[in-house]
Design a protein around this ligand. Structure first.
Ligand code: GDP
Ligand code: GDP
Length: 451
């Protein structure tokens, strides 16, 4: 295979990341909420594992993207706000593909806007200069002021009223990658993302893994200038480590370490099939680890939990069991992910990670024929039909596996809206057990059955 074909593939699946930057109060979260996809709330039981509202997926027509609201911090002294804003903007500049720089048409052009614009002008990425709160035709009078920034194009919008957003997004869309072209095309390499908060040992693990690898092809450039993917093989199996440069490059950003690791995790995961979630054995599963796990869960990626620095833990016969229970408890939503205990430093059990990767990937890409699914589910569905809807019996006419990565099953019912969340969970569990999808996320969708 040529490098180019691999590279093209690397690009095809990734959603572009759009960051909204700007002073506090210019309307960033209002715009964010407009562009963010409203999806069914994901139920995660633990406190502190709620969705980070600053990240969301969205679509402009058929083009998917990720939208990041860089604001949302607590009110601070004005000097601190400036520092935060600079940090946030720098972060967005490093990690995002497209930047929407938002200003406030009612407040006019401010010194802080000019300062941020100076930072953005040097950037070799698309930047959209956007004046918000232009609620009616009269407000256009404020626009000339903003041309003092010396940029060629300024967009005028009202996030609150939805004005001008279509024009803006039509232009932004020119920079959005085409949507993933389906599951059908076979890929021979498992694309692996190594994610985790800073200092858990991600780059040590990368080094160790590549140390084991039998052959390492030259690293390939990924979607952005500094995203380098490294193909390698172990035995006769081929893998690709996604964004190894991003892992090795240490962040210069001090204040926003948490945001940084979250954004990096999202980026890397977008381009992968499977996430290795690395945690530090000495700390156990922390809230931030759980948040990153939540991202992997929401993105539908397969996952393996890697408990690293196992050499530093005093162990007895119960230690592993206690860790497993604690991790299962803290990330209940990811009960499918295998857990491995390793030392990236000594290399202990690092090779074992790939036994789990192979197992998980096998399930992640497995297809069950429609005949087999219906046969397997028939008895379960007749014993446990969905609850009645408006007094009418809901029966499930037909089931089919619509997709892999993640395995996705479509159930045809009379009234899809009436299906209860707990029934959905029940079906997922049944599918897992019946067809051996125990180590991967499984999705189910309900569609209205035809006459
Ligand atoms: P952020 O701090 O940049 O995230 O700003 P917010 O989205 O929280 O908005 C700050 C304030 O501006 C809120 O009171 C919003 O209701 C208001 N706002 C946002 N967009 C518009 C708009 O298009 N027009 C007007 N008139 N107000 C807006
Ligand atoms: P990253 O920020 O997640 O990429 O973490 P690094 O790979 O840079 O590791 C952070 C620190 O943890 C470094 O000082 C490593 O030497 C140390 N470290 C990484 N893995 C292990 C391990 O398995 N055992 C021990 N004892 N230290 C480790």
């Amino acid at each position: 295979m040529t490098k180019t074909s691999e590279q093209t593939r690397a690009r095809s699946g990734a959603r572009r990341v759009i960051a909204i930057v700007g002073r506090p109060n210019v309307g960033k979260s209002t715009l964010f909420n407009r562009l963010a996809e409203r999806k069914k709330a994901i139920i995660i039981d633990q406190p502190g594992v709620t969705r980070d509202r600053n990240y969301a997926t969205g679509h402009w027509y058929d083009l998917p993207f990720i939208i990041v609201d860089t604001g949302g911090f607590e009110p601070l002294a004005s000097e601190e706000i400036m520092i935060q804003m600079r940090e946030q903007t720098t972060l967005a500049m490093e990690e995002a593909d497209i930047i929407i720089f938002l200003m406030d048409g009612q407040a006019g052009l401010m010194a802080a806007d000019r300062e941020l614009a100076d930072l953005l002008r040097r950037l070799a990425k698309p930047v959209f200069y956007v004046v918000n709160k232009m609620d009616g035709p009269k407000s256009e009078d404020a626009l000339p002021d903003f041309f003092r920034l010396g940029v060629a194009e300024i967009y005028s919008i009202s996030s609150q009223h939805g004005r001008g957003i279509d024009d803006l997004m039509d232009r932004v869309a020119l920079h959005l990658a085409p949507a993933e072209d389906g599951d059908e095309r076979e890929e021979e390499r498992v694309r692996i993302a190594i994610i985790g908060k800073p200092n858990v040992g991600k780059s040590s693990l990368v080094n160790k893994i590549l140390g084991y690898a039998r052959t390492i092809v030259n690293p390939l450039p990924g979607t952005t200038v500094d995203a380098i993917d490294t193909p390698f093989s172990i035995g006769d199996k081929n893998y690709l480590l996604v964004d190894t440069a991003g892992i090795r490059r240490k962040s210069r950003i001090s204040l926003q370490l948490e945001k940084y690791s979250v954004m990096q995790a999202i980026r890397t995961m977008e381009r992968s099939h499977l996430a290795l979630l690395v945690i530090d054995a000495q700390e156990g599963m922390t809230e931030q680890d759980a948040k990153i796990a939540g991202l992997a869960y929401e993105s539908g990626r397969a996952a393996v939990v890697v408990v690293n620095k196992w050499d530093l833990v005093a162990k007895d016969n119960y230690t592993v069991g206690k860790y497993v229970l604690d991790i299962r408890d803290k990330i209940k939503f990811m009960d499918y992910a295998p857990i491995v205990f390793v030392s990236a430093l000594s290399g202990q059990r690092v090779a074992k990670i790939f036994d789990q990767v192979d197992l998980v990937y096998g399930q992640y890409t497995k297809r069950i024929s429609t005949a087999e699914v219906n046969k397997g589910m028939a008895e379960i569905l007749s014993r446990h039909p969905p609850s009645r809807s408006l007094g009418r019996q809901q029966s499930i006419a037909y089931v089919t596996q619509a997709a892999i990565k993640p395995p996705t099953f479509v159930f045809f019912v009379r009234d899809p809206q009436a299906i209860h969340f707990s029934y959905e969970r029940f079906l997922i569990n049944q599918i897992r057990e019946t067809f051996s999808f125990e180590q991967v996320p499984v999705r189910v969708i309900f569609r209205k059955k035809g006459k």
